[in-house]
Write a protein that binds this ligand. Structure first.
Ligand SMILES: Cc1cc2nc3c(=O)[nH]c(=O)nc-3n(C[C@H](O)[C@H](O)[C@H](O)COP(=O)(O)OP(=O)(O)OC[C@H]3O[C@@H](n4cnc5c(N)ncnc54)[C@H](O)[C@@H]3O)c2cc1C
Length: 246
């Protein structure tokens, strides 16, 4: 079997601003290998003096795209790697990448159970890979996304999500904005709580498969609440991105 975990030199083909704090990077990979939606790459940066820093970044793109992957990174103000990625790297630059990694937080379009996706902030990234995969594979899987952001301007992939929703093929999207809401906002306007989860998940089939990703506190609160309202723990997969995101 092919060795997947060697470091390779990826080239940055494109850098795309998503929001004021978030950019997507398209990485061209000489040793590209088809990933499963939900997996991540490890990125390693090496300074001139040999100092190395390594972080994980979820794959944002669909597995159907060959030869490259997108990763989407939120700039953490005092962060080592995310600031370097945002402030220094430009198309044509190279970095070390290793992946795809992860076998638990993954979804394949061949899975037919209804899907409930819950994201906080940049936790949308692996879930976006799942939604892009779902669209590319032409899957009609009943899917609901509940996506929590601070402000409307912080919602990542908003336009693309609206487009996917408009295709009217079984995808429902619920946004919640926890800090401020634009005039006329009709979505939720508070942190994810039991009533919200009941409304979003309530009428779903009991075989629902749940994927939750984001800051640790959000992930734990959402998972515990779902168990309280009757979803079995073994139907819930979680991925934690950072300390609190707070
Ligand atoms: C499997 C996996 C997938 C991930 N995928 C993504 C992704 O798709 N996009 C993405 O932006 N990040 C993702 N992350 C988080 C990422 O790996 C880094 O932790 C993040 O970019 C911060 O790294 P840094 O070097 O900039 O900050 P660091 O120098 O490591 O930390 C600086 C400060 O920020 C705090 N901090 C670290 N991470 C976060 C965070 N996520 N939120 C808030 N505060 C934080 C630290 O506690 C510290 O105080 C993922 C993490 C994991 C484990």
């Amino acid at each position: 079997m092919k060795q997947t975990l060697n470091w390779q030199i990826a080239s940055i083909r494109e850098v795309k601003p998503e929001t004021a704090k978030v950019k997507s990077f398209t990485l061209t990979l000489p040793d590209w290998m088809r990933h499963r939606a939900g997996q991540h790459y490890d990125i390693r940066l090496t300074a001139e003096d040999g100092y190395q820093a390594q972080r994980s970044y979820s794959i944002a793109s669909e597995p159907e795209r060959e030869g490259e992957v997108d990763i989407t990174i939120e700039r953490i103000n005092d962060g080592e790697v995310s600031t370097y990625m945002h402030d220094v790297l430009v198309p044509g630059d190279r970095l070390e990448a290793r992946g795809p990694i992860g076998g638990y937080f993954v979804w394949e379009a061949t899975m037919t159970e209804p899907l409930l996706l819950i994201a906080g902030g940049s936790g949308i990234v692996p879930l976006m890979s799942m939604l892009r995969h779902r669209a590319a594979a032409g899957a009609m899987t009943a899917t609901r996304l509940l996506y929590s952001s601070r402000n409307f301007e912080d919602v990542i992939y908003y336009n693309e999500l609206e487009k996917l929703r408009a295709e009217n093929n079984g995808l429902q999207i619920f946004h919640t904005l926890t800090r401020s809401q634009p005039v006329g906002w009709e979505g939720y306007a508070r942190r994810i709580d039991q009533n919200m989860l009941k409304e979003v998940a309530g009428p779903m089939d009991s075989s629902v498969q749940v994927f939750i990703c984001g800051p640790t506190l959000l992930v734990e609160a959402a998972a515990n609440t779902l168990v309280k309202i009757g979803i079995k723990a073994d139907q819930i997969r979680t991925e934690r991105f950072g300390p609190t995101g707070g």
